[in-house]
Design a binder for this molecule. Structure first.
Ligand code: MLT
Ligand code: ZN
Length: 458
């Protein structure tokens, strides 16, 4: 498309942007290694405008890239090939709340944190949470089936979506499940769209089930010297109490956060690793018993427990601010998962590979270890260019992903596939499965206009 005339037949000029700065701003996510080259950004205000846009895209062979809070880490919302970016910033209304059903209906562009706050105002709880919840949008969370820090107790975005309205690549509007608890009427298309990264259709509205209001929480940070012991600690606590979160991070990750100016050491001693445990405050006594046992067995060297909500947030910030604190080091990110029982063996194998291939690189480990999700971040030395650094990091991918395949894990636990992992999908999905994914794509998006090149190559 040479000019924006056709777009302006659908959208007023004020909702079509083509300035270079705007293209660069809305045409990307948090990844830094892909070209950013959209041709225009549009800001729909309703599903019908998106239907008209999909029709235009099909007529003119235009790619459409959905754009939410742009906090993705796999390039799922990057427009690098002259696409039209569809920003959901103007579809940010919470439309309806039903207290009997405990369901909230909201547009795709609602910021996750606004939904969380809305739920708390109603005395309820939206438990899906992660560091970027202040910017990410619910539509993007659905598109990537976002996980985060409380998955161990509350599950993923998928577990809270009870209804979904989607504009497909055919330009149809589909309303899935309509908030029902029970609905045994065949294929549940809702779950096909969740995690599909906008490649089948764009989510325009979501119905979310809310949980009962949360009980007061306690946060405990533990010092750990051997990585293997973290799983012993997990089991020790889980035998006694229900955990809300169980995270880990390395000393290097902590140092990065402190250097970034976010907070203080949890205790004076520095340890190789730290575990962050969250649980209902009413389980204090059982938690103290678990802590004593972990100390006796030498799994834990020391610990600190929150005495107030402010202290709990300060301890959480040591974990949640890692991603931002290492951003300046242009990390090569790998978001991996294996079954929890496989974690210790997997960690030591990965450590071995990384030390063998990159003895000179800093490796920053953290993640949601309680659910088997590990974030491996290799930090770029100042002396290397981004291209040279990424090139070197790419070299171990086959070895690393082979390891994941052998252990039945996933090459993308929660960040999605996007552009970053697309060419490695076969390490986690079989040939026939990928073939069927392609067939499904053709059903919902016959002309390949919905987020082309993401998840599946074109
Ligand atoms: C996190 O757990 O902090 C997020 O997934 C972001 C990241 O991995 O950097
Ligand atoms: Zn994470």
């Amino acid at each position: 498309m040479k000019d924006t005339g056709a777009l302006k037949e659908i959208f007023p000029s004020s909702r079509v942007k083509t300035d270079q700065a705007d293209l660069m701003h809305w045409g990307t996510d948090w990844t830094r290694s892909f070209d950013i080259a959209p041709q225009a950004i549009v800001f729909p205000q309703c599903a019908d405008e998106i239907v008209a846009l999909v029709k235009l895209a099909r007529d003119r062979s235009l790619g459409l890239v959905p754009s939410g809070g742009r906090t993705g880490l796999s390039g799922g919302a990057v427009a690098s090939n002259n696409e039209i970016v569809v920003s959901f910033d103007r579809m940010n209304q919470i439309k309806e709340f039903n207290s009997t059903d405990r369901i909230v209906r909201c547009e795709a562009g609602v910021i996750t944190k606004n939904l969380q706050d809305y739920a708390l105002d109603k005395g309820l709880f939206y438990p899906v949470d992660f560091a970027s919840s202040g910017s990410s949008q619910i539509g993007g969370n659905v598109a990537t089936n976002a996980g985060g820090i409380k998955v161990i107790r509350y599950g993923l975005t998928r577990d809270w979506v009870v209804g979904l309205t989607v504009v497909t690549g055919k330009g149809d509007i589909i309303r899935c499940n309509r908030g029902l608890v029970k609905n045994a009427t065949g294929y549940d298309l809702r779950h096909l769209f969740i995690g599909s990264e906008g490649t089948l259709g764009f989510v325009v509205e979501v119905e979310i089930r809310l949980a009962p209001g949360p009980k007061p929480q306690r946060v405990l940070v533990l010092g750990v010297n051997r990585l293997d012991d973290i799983l012993n600690i997990l089991e020790c606590f889980q035998q006694r109490i229900v955990l809300t979160a169980f995270e880990f991070f390395s000393e290097l990750a902590l140092q990065k956060v402190l250097k970034h100016g976010d907070g203080q050491r949890p205790f004076p001693e520095s340890c190789a690793f730290y575990a962050l445990v969250e649980f209902d405050a009413e389980a204090d006594e059982e938690a103290a018993i678990a802590f004593e046992e972990a100390l006796d067995r030498d799994w834990v060297t020391t610990g600190v427990i929150s005495q107030s909500d402010a202290q709990a947030s300060a301890l959480w910030s040591l974990r949640e601010n890692i991603s931002e604190s290492i951003a300046a080091d242009t990390p090569y990110k790998n978001d991996l998962s294996v079954r929890i029982s496989e974690v210790p063996g997997f960690l030591s194998d990965v450590d071995h590979i990384v030390n063998q291939h990159y003895p000179e690189f800093d490796v920053c480990w953290y993640g949601h270890i309680g659910d088997g999700n590990l974030h491996l971040n290799i930090l770029k030395p100042e002396s290397l260019s981004i291209d040279a650094f990424f090139e070197r990091c790419h070299q171990i991918n086959p070895e690393l992903f082979n390891l994941i395949e052998q252990r039945g894990g996933s090459i993308s636990a929660e960040h999605g596939v996007g552009l970053l992992k697309r060419d490695f999908l076969s390490y986690s999905r079989g040939d026939s499965e990928v073939g069927m994914m392609r067939e499904l794509k053709a059903v919902f998006d016959p002309d390949g206009v919905m987020n082309p090149g993401k998840l599946l190559s074109v």
